[in-house]
Ligand binder design. Structure first.
Ligand SMILES: [Zn+2]
Length: 242
């Protein structure tokens, strides 16, 4: 079971977090050829093993709907979108936080536009999962007050559930940043699984599930390597069933 983490898709956006549509299409074709079945993150963590791939998108960029959805439809894969809920009431405002704010004010600013709740609802109706990416996208391990940490997790879950009328059971930690206190808070907030972005695979478990980040620089060879290395290590881990 493989979980990939993407962000934006664009022909022209040179940011590390943006993948070219043609590259994404080739990556999906490679997964399909290798016999991977598509699943949401929630389903994939429940399945634990087997040739299952969960494609996840952090930040709810509009390009995921415009460019990603048709390419995923073509191979019959659903996906999971992680929504930073505080930002989505104003979808005409580009997303803004540490790490993407250097693209504000320039020719690529529009690449930072998020989806609206209606658009996320469309994806949910099509069988996609919409999970939480917290309320304001902080580094969770640096949120010192327990109340504030709880609010990030509880409010975003409640907002997704209220806006979309569906359960929100999984979470992606912003920046993949978490520690034991964050994992405990995520469990207490009612999440059944959460995705990280580790540099190396270790301690695989539902509330700290290692996702493989795919970025602008990942050509076909690097993509294949990342996938095969991850599958080998996962099979060697205790969490792998069967
Ligand atoms: Zn993010």
């Amino acid at each position: 079971m493989l979980v990939l983490c993407y962000h934006a898709l664009s022909e022209r956006f040179p940011a590390a977090l943006s993948v070219m549509p043609a590259a994404f299409e080739r990556q999906l074709a490679a997964l399909k050829r290798s016999g991977y079945r598509g699943a949401t993150f929630e389903e994939a963590v429940q399945a634990r093993s087997g040739r299952v791939v969960a494609i996840t998108f952090d930040d709810a960029f509009l390009s995921v709907l415009r460019i990603g959805k048709p390419l995923l439809d073509a191979v019959g894969y659903p996906a999971t979108v992680y929504a930073p809920t505080a930002y989505l009431d104003n979808p005409e405002q580009p997303l803004k936080w540490d790490g993407i704010d250097q693209w504000h004010g320039g020719e690529h600013e529009h690449e930072l536009l998020p989806m609206s709740w209606d658009q996320l609802g469309e994806l949910a109706d099509a069988g996609w999962e919409v999970g939480s990416h917290t309320h304001t996208h902080p580094h969770l391990s640096e949120v010192a007050a327990d109340d504030a940490l709880r609010a990030e997790l509880v409010e975003s879950k409640a907002t997704v559930e209220q806006r979309l009328g569906r359960p929100c059971t999984t979470l992606a930690y912003p920046y993949g940043d978490y520690d034991e206190r964050v994992v405990a808070a995520a469990g207490a907030a009612g999440y059944s699984a959460a995705g990280t972005l580790p540099a190396r695979l270790h301690g695989v478990r539902a509330l700290a599930w290692p996702r493989v980040g795919i970025y602008h620089v990942d050509d076909d060879r690097r993509f294949r390597l990342k996938v095969s290395r991850t599958m080998r290590r996962l099979r060697g881990s205790r969490f792998w069933r069967g």
